[in-house]
Design a protein around this ligand. Structure first.
Ligand SMILES: Cc1ncc(COP(=O)(O)OP(=O)(O)O)c(N)n1
Ligand SMILES: Cc1nc(C(=O)O)sc1CCOP(=O)(O)O
Ligand SMILES: [Mg+2]
Length: 223
């Protein structure tokens, strides 16, 4: 990515957001990512976390290979949590949580041309993240998830609805336990997209599973 997308393009990138690391994959992560791109993901986050996660040089090299695949297909490459990795790779952006440094401090290190996503679980957290300069918010867990051991309480679409009721207009993506069978209420509540791990990376036929979500999310965003 050469220039940072504007807000409207960030909304479009959020439509079908794959979050993934090697521990989420039953086949080589490079193959999972290529198949997911062929199926129609719009954004990718490298999240190498959990039991068995790679570290050191193996972590860095995997990130580099996945970034190259994204670059070839013009899919923005977002790094989870790790500011040093995002800087070292000149990634397109970063996603951080409430335990991480605030977006303004991260912006000071990454620069104005990078996408910064922040997790928010309430109107107050959302307002603070916006004030700090976040480009989008990740809202979850919408449903029970098997992919994040320290996830907060399941919230359904209540936070998305609350943000919309408070006229908070920053791009929003729902995350946590989302699949083709339960995605619709997230768009109805006003989100711009869904972020998924297991609904894509955990499937046997990655491309087919992604295509199904691609078709569905295109339809839901249009309504
Ligand atoms: C798109 C998106 N939304 C939320 C999260 C969760 O971030 P965080 O709360 O920092 O938890 P970890 O992913 O770091 O375990 C996310 N990664 N992506
Ligand atoms: C990375 C992450 N963050 C969450 C949050 O609630 O902030 S839930 C989650 C895991 C999402 O994986 P799956 O699609 O397999 O449920
Ligand atoms: Mg985090």
């Amino acid at each position: 990515m050469i220039t940072k997308p504007d807000t409207q393009h960030i909304r479009q990138y959020l439509r079908l957001y794959l979050v993934m690391g090697s521990v989420n994959c039953n086949q080589p992560p490079e193959e999972v990512l290529k198949s997911a791109i062929a199926g129609g993901i719009t954004l990718f986050q490298f999240r190498e976390k959990g039991v068995g996660a790679l570290t050191g040089q193996a972590y860095y090299k995997l990130a580099e290979r996945l970034q190259q695949i994204c670059h070839t297909h013009q899919i923005p490459f977002i790094v989870n949590d790790d500011v040093e990795l995002a800087i070292a790779l000149n990634a397109d952006g970063i996603h951080v949580g409430q335990e991480d440094a605030p977006a303004d401090q991260i912006r000071a290190r990454l620069g104005d041309d990078k996408i910064i996503g922040v997790s928010a679980h309430s109107v107050a957290e959302a307002r603070q993240a916006i004030e700090d300069g976040a480009d989008y918010l990740g809202i979850g867990p919408i449903y029970p998830t098997i992919s994040k051991a320290d996830a907060q309480a399941v919230q359904g679409t209540s936070t998305i609805t609350a943000l919309k009721n408070h006229h908070i207009e920053i791009p929003l993506v729902g995350i946590g336990g989302i699949h083709a069978g339960n995605a619709e209420p997230i768009f109805t509540a006003g989100a711009d997209g869904i972020a998924v791990i297991s609904a894509i990376a955990g499937q046997t036929d990655i491309e087919q599973a992604t295509q199904q979500l691609n078709t569905l999310t295109r339809r839901l965003i249009a309504n």
